[in-house]
Design a protein around this ligand. Structure first.
Ligand SMILES: Cc1cc2nc3c(=O)[nH]c(=O)nc-3n(C[C@H](O)[C@H](O)[C@H](O)COP(=O)(O)OP(=O)(O)OC[C@H]3O[C@@H](n4cnc5c(N)ncnc54)[C@H](O)[C@@H]3O)c2cc1C
Length: 205
């Protein structure tokens, strides 16, 4: 008779953040199981019907002309498209007890700066490091409370609901005017974000 080893961590959601969490957990010697509400790989396609394709091309071409007049390329075949609304926001809590969030389950922002994905992967790594300490190295469960408050704090800054962007006297007026809009477009976070802001003459406090 084989005894089934008990699962130590259940990952709900097999998106990129869930999968990285599961891989890092397994690499850390933690018994992990992944579940997803979908039963297989994607079953729907975003590919366009021919008439939608030409409408879409016209629309994107007009947008480019209006917002990026310096862009000289043209749009070829559109392979897939989707209409998605990105509602910036962060969960009130990143978890409690035995249930913890990472990735888009906890936060959302526009896709330009890729912050949702990149920070989601960082959250996965931090979550796993803490779980390893708690499950295998007698670490305090309070480590996860610290994870939750630190990550939420970071998102409040990234979403512009906490802290202030201070321009200096030398800050370019164009940047001074658009500081808050530039923030979610930068593909970085933490110390690197501060360094980038230094370069463009903004101080993030
Ligand atoms: C159109 C579009 C374009 C984007 N472009 C970029 C880009 O260019 N660069 C970039 O970095 N990011 C981009 N993003 C954002 C990026 O896709 C997300 O940040 C990333 O997928 C988040 O990964 P995740 O694992 O947290 O969540 P998701 O990818 O949303 O995965 C969540 C998983 O959980 C499952 N699930 C949901 N509810 C349950 C439940 N109750 N029980 C079990 N399973 C459940 C879902 O089926 C899904 O498989 C884009 C997003 C969209 C929508």
């Amino acid at each position: 008779m084989f005894r089934e080893e008990s699962t130590e961590v259940l990952v709900a959601g097999a998106g990129p953040v869930g999968m990285i969490t599961a891989i890092l957990l397994a690499e850390s010697g933690i018994r992990v199981k992944v579940v997803d509400k979908e039963s297989g790989t994607a079953t729907h396609s975003y590919s366009c019907a021919p008439e939608a394709d030409s409408q879409m091309r016209r629309h994107v071409q007009e947008l480019l002309k209006e917002r990026a007049p310096w862009f000289e390329g043209t749009i070829g075949e559109i392979v897939w498209s989707a209409e998605v609304q990105f509602e910036p926001g962060v969960s009130r809590q990143f978890g409690q007890g035995r249930c913890w969030l990472a990735g888009d389950a906890a936060h959302q922002t526009g896709p330009v700066g890729m912050q949702s994905m990149n920070l989601g992967l960082r959250e996965a790594a931090e979550l796993v490091a803490n779980m390893k300490k708690i499950l295998h190295e007698q670490g305090s469960p309070n480590l996860l409370n610290a994870y939750a408050s630190n990550r939420r704090e970071e998102w409040l800054h990234l979403l512009g609901t906490k802290g202030e962007l201070k321009p200096s006297v030398q800050t370019n007026p164009w940047i001074r005017e658009r500081g808050a809009r530039i923030l979610p477009c930068l593909p970085t976070s933490g110390e690197h974000l501060r360094q980038l802001f230094d370069q463009i003459g903004l101080d993030l406090r």
